[in-house]
Design a protein around this ligand. Structure first.
Ligand code: SF4
Length: 199
């Protein structure tokens, strides 16, 4: 399989299998992030659960292990999910806006996100979730509105054109820095839980 270079025509609508998309993404060199990371972190979980969580990008632990949300923020996310009766591998599929680690854990830049988003968009199409939880500003801004702020939008349901219910909330890493965000995140995930029970 050829690597996906920066300038190549990039039509992923012809890919109809999540594993095939994963294999293609692993070869991606569409942006500079790939040069500084260990590997592409595609995403994982139960693609048939109906619930998808989307974060910002891999951190150091995620880059090392090739899996999303496995560091401290990931452990906190696991705890949050457990508190509402969900187990991440059974009840969720988790991915990020960019699939390669930005150096120093900085937020991905607009060009990096633009190059990477086709992977996530096709991932969403193939998984076809009924509910998406956007974890943090980066996911909110690149998937909904570049001018949106998580502080204003969190806790309020949005609905995509295709009918997906979308809940923005704080990224678990933000909770690690500021525990005052714990209560609003708890309230947001309670809403997610109620909606998930309807699936
Ligand atoms: S971040 Fe995304 S677009 Fe950039 S190289 Fe990695 S997979 Fe490709």
């Amino acid at each position: 399989m050829n690597r996906i270079p920066y300038s190549e025509e990039f039509d992923l609508s012809v890919v109809h299998d999540l594993d095939e998309l994963n294999n293609m993404a692993k070869l991606c060199i569409r942006c500079g992030l790939r040069q500084g990371c260990t590997g592409v972190v595609f995403g994982e979980g139960n693609a048939g659960s109906g619930l998808m969580l989307i974060g910002e990008g891999p951190g150091a632990d995620e880059d090392r292990l090739g899996r999303p949300f496995v560091g401290k923020a990931g452990q906190l996310l696991d705890n949050i999910l457990q508190a509402i009766g969900l187990e991440r591998f059974t009840h969720t599929y988790i991915a990020n806006v960019v699939k390669c680690r930005p150096p120093g854990n900085r937020a991905p830049g607009p060009e990096e996100a633009m190059q990477c988003l086709p992977w996530l968009h096709r991932q969403i199409e193939l998984i076809s979730p009924r509910i998406i939880v956007l974890l943090g500003n980066t996911a909110l801004q690149y998937l909904i509105d570049p001018s949106a702020r998580i502080t204003k939008m969190r806790g309020h349901w949005l609905t995509s054109k295709s009918g997906i219910k979308i809940m923005p909330t704080y990224h678990p890493a933000a909770l690690l820095r500021d525990m005052s965000k714990k209560r609003p995140v708890w309230e947001d995930f309670q809403k997610v839980s109620e909606e998930f029970k309807k699936l």
